[in-house]
Design a protein around this ligand. Structure first.
Ligand code: HEM
Length: 478
């Protein structure tokens, strides 16, 4: 009988590597300690650190209560930990948010997991820095600004109405989260990029998104491997679209309708401001950035409305007034959207309590002095929306759902569902339009109620309603 000894050498090498890593870790951490005043907190074991505790708290949707808050109580608002191999300083409070978010490119740069970079593309806006970032952001933000979107209101309204006619009409129960994802995807593709959605497209994109936070191992059967394969398909499709658009622009055959964002990206490519790969990578990134975030914000807004009937009555009145001022068949205008003040307060309060993105990582590009401590170059910094959203210092009685709190301005950098500084969400205005227009059409046309009012929220690592938030619907009798 022959023994397979092929595993001995790799195993021996792994043991030696681990031993060296521990010696190196002890040496560097004692060296660091002697030179630098690091924030308090536990770095834990090499590589793993407190990753398991972090993931467990995140999975329970209790990252703040189970991971951040106990460490703040022990160490103060700035503390160190080690997550997924990186020494990380977690910072909390409006002042810290302002310091780190506004010093993007000077002291820190955004830092995404390897899998996200590989699947979104290394040339998307999230990976660009400094002047290159300003250039691509200018192109994207012009189409997504309030004035850039004004002309898109009728088209978004038509898309929402067709979506309701196709997916809501005649149904008793629908999955609000699932269908909202379909709608968000359609708005992004058809209204912003001018791409007609084909039945297989959403599935292809979602396969890519499923791997965005997975471990970057490309073994057959892993989420990352499936996502990589889907990314190849998506890329092929987008390349064809970009090349076709290039020809249309060259031969001045661009027709009206949606697609201003793609038009601007391809125009920038023709003028030599962007490469073809940059255009494709940014298209994938934009779909990713809009998808789960907007859908979660919408579902949580409906959930909070169902739990707070008084708020719902006030919101409904706002929409009935807008509807009463329109002639039959007339679509919503930008002026109508501006009147949806209370609805936006409800959506903002829902995002305060349920931020679609819990926070994000930065990497120190120099040694940083903050709060009396040194954050060494190369360390990660994690800011979280929870660090202010759930603090009574910024929001009185923070666990109470109170949309009217937004009648008065909030302290800068205390309310951060859309981030802040140079990397503040570029799609904020589109998300707002998407949320307000859908709410208007639903509440003026449908009676609805939650099937499971206490449906748990799952996190992986973005939050979502664990059962897709089924709602019971029936057409309104007018
Ligand atoms: C409710 C919906 C949304 C939420 C809560 C949200 C949240 C965020 C947050 C927190 C960031 C900053 C991340 C960081 O600092 O690391 C961000 C960035 C970004 N978002 Fe959104 N987002 C939403 C919708 C959208 C939509 C609809 C689009 C596009 C159409 C979009 C495009 C972007 C882009 C391009 C960035 C990167 C900006 C840059 O690096 O300069 N987002 N978003």
């Amino acid at each position: 009988m022959a023994f397979d000894l092929s595993f001995v050498l790799p195993l021996f090498s792994a043991v030696v590597a681990l031993a060296l890593a521990i010696v190196f870790y002890n040496f560097t951490s004692s060296n660091n300690k002697s030179k630098k005043n690091l924030p308090p907190g536990e770095l834990g074991l090499p590589w793993i650190g407190e990753t398991l505790e972090f993931h467990k708290a995140q999975k329970n949707n209790r990252l703040y209560e189970e991971f951040v808050q106990p460490r703040i109580q022990k160490n103060g608002k700035t503390f160190k930990t080690r997550l997924m191999g990186s020494p990380t300083v977690v910072v909390n409070g409006a002042e810290a948010n302002k310091f780190f978010l506004s010093n993007e490119f000077k002291l820190v740069v955004s830092s995404w997991p390897t899998s996200s970079v590989q699947l979104m593309g290394s040339d998307s806006i999230m990976e660009t820095q400094g002047d290159a970032h300003r250039c691509v952001r200018g192109i994207i933000a012009t189409s997504l600004s309030c004035s850039g979107l004004e002309a898109m209101v009728p088209m978004i309204c038509n898309t929402v109405q067709s979506h309701l006619d196709e997916n809501w009409r005649g149904k008793d129960v629908i999955s609000l989260y699932r269908l909202t994802k379909t709608l968000t995807f359609t708005i992004m593709l058809e209204c912003m990029l001018g791409i007609e959605v084909q039945p297989e497209m959403l599935g292809m994109f979602e396969k890519v998104l499923e791997g965005v936070f997975s471990l970057p191992f490309r073994f057959p059967g892993t989420a990352f491997s499936r996502a990589k394969n889907a990314r190849i398909e998506v890329e092929k499709m987008l390349l064809n679209i970009v090349r076709k658009k290039r020809e249309e622009i060259a031969f001045q055959q661009v027709v009206g309708g949606g697609g201003m964002l793609l038009f601007r990206l391809v125009k920038a490519m023709i003028q030599g401001e962007m490469s073809e790969k940059e255009v494709v990578d940014n298209m994938v990134l934009l779909v990713f950035a809009a998808h789960d975030t907007t859908s979660f914000a919408i579902t949580m807004t409906f959930r909070m409305l169902a739990h707070h009937p008084n708020c719902y009555s006030q919101l409904l009145q706002e929409h009935l007034d807008i509807k009463d001022n329109r002639r039959p068949g007339e679509t919503l205008t930008h002026e109508d959207i501006k009147k949806m003040n209370y609805t936006w307060q409800v959506a903002r309060e829902s995002m305060r309590m349920f931020p679609p993105i819990f926070g994000s990582f930065r990497k120190a590009i120099v040694d940083i002095e903050y709060d009396g401590f040194t954050i060494p170059k190369g360390w990660k910094v994690l800011w979280t929306a929870y660090g202010t959203h759930y603090e009574s210092e910024y929001f009185e009685d923070p666990l109470r759902f109170n949309p009217s709190r937004f009648e008065i301005p909030v302290q800068p950098y205390a309310y951060l569902p859309f981030g802040g500084g140079p990397r503040q969400c570029a799609g904020y205005q589109l998300a707002k339009l998407n949320i307000l227009i859908l709410i208007h059409f639903v509440v003026t046309q449908y009676e609805w109620s939650l099937v499971n009012p206490q449906e748990p929220i799952a996190v992986d690592p973005l939050p979502f309603p664990s059962q897709g938030m089924p709602i019971r619907i029936s057409p309104k009798l007018s």
